[in-house]
Design a binder for this molecule. Structure first.
Ligand code: SF4
Length: 315
């Protein structure tokens, strides 16, 4: 245990993004959320016109700005982050909707504005595994040599029945093909998982974790399922009243999930970030800091840490 903790700048029992970026850049680096004005094939009618069950009209990017003037957005976001975090290095984060869903020339214009800015040391691109072309992969490979790049993929679950229920719009083999293309090019991948999806039990959630752990990709994000009044999930819940996770259940699952990850994997997030004004249920999701500190406490109680159960992943 002590060996593991000794490596963590934050003193946490897991490898946080903050620690990882501090090690890489020698100082705190913060993310600035950029809205590139993209849409999503799962919302514009190409795959479907209603999106993933939990998605809202902002395309799962509630905290990004919608100005579409990227230069202006960068300036605003840098000012906000400098005040909030007193940082001078930034990762431009294209968060809302599907940020590779355009031709490569359009992507170049949007991404290059960011990475050529002084103090922007990296680029994070959130997208879907079905929204790449060979040209896009090749451009990302080239970009990967010039900046600190990572690509985020919303997998959410490996259970194919759940993926249909939530209308994810692609099968697991599409995700596997995509991460293989990205890994071939040494591009870092961050996978998003959601705990508490309708009718999933602890085994389903841990199966998703073990699957991601075994892909040996760079990072992972855990989200708690929460219901906002502006999502289709709200109507689904009202009609079906499926079981929602309690805070204690969520904390227990995340603590266990952390133990199944390889110790080098970078944990970008431990819980979702619900918009308090729109949150319907569960209410505990509105207090992110309390959820994180409960996870830290639970890890300590169980004397678990990242990597502890990694060798049991194939069970
Ligand atoms: S892929 Fe993302 S933006 Fe598209 S519908 Fe799903 S959650 Fe929304």
């Amino acid at each position: 245990m002590n060996n593991m903790r000794g490596k963590m700048l934050s003193g946490k029992r897991y490898n946080t993004l903050n620690d990882e970026l501090f090690r890489k850049f020698g100082e705190k680096v913060s993310k600035i959320a950029i809205d590139g004005g993209f849409t999503c094939p799962n919302r514009d009618g190409t795959i479907s016109s209603y999106g993933c069950l939990f998605c809202n009209e902002k395309g799962s990017g509630d905290f990004s700005s919608a100005l579409y003037d990227i230069d202006k957005e960068i300036n605003n976001q840098i000012k906000i982050n400098q005040r909030k975090w007193n940082t001078n290095k930034f990762i431009a984060y294209f968060q809302a909707f599907t940020n590779t869903y355009a031709d490569v020339e359009t992507l170049k214009k949007k991404y290059e504005i960011c990475i050529t800015r002084e103090n922007v040391v990296g680029l994070a691109v959130a997208t879907r595994p079905d929204s790449f072309t060979e040209e896009i992969y090749d451009y990302l490979e080239e970009l990967n040599d010039r900046t600190f790049l990572w690509v985020e993929l919303g997998l959410q679950t490996v259970n194919e029945d759940t993926s249909k229920l939530i209308n994810r719009g692609y099968n697991l083999d599409v995700y596997e093909e995509c991460i293989s293309e990205l890994k071939k090019r040494n591009i870092k991948v961050v996978t998003h998982l959601i705990f508490g999806l309708p009718y999933e039990d602890k085994t389903d959630m841990l199966n998703s974790v073990k699957f991601v752990a075994n892909t040996n990709t760079w990072g992972i994000k855990f989200h708690s399922l929460y219901i906002q009044t502006d999502s289709r999930l709200y109507d689904y819940y009202i009609a079906n009243q499926f079981k929602l996770l309690t805070k204690e259940e969520y904390v227990d699952i995340v603590a266990l999930a952390i133990s199944y990850l390889p110790k080098e994997m970078v944990i970008h997030r431990l819980t979702g970030d619900a918009n308090k004004k729109l949150l319907f249920k569960p209410e505990w999701c509105s207090d992110k800091l309390s959820v994180i500190s409960s996870i830290d406490k639970r890890l300590k109680e169980l004397d678990l840490y990242q990597g502890f159960n990694y060798n049991n992943n194939m069970e």
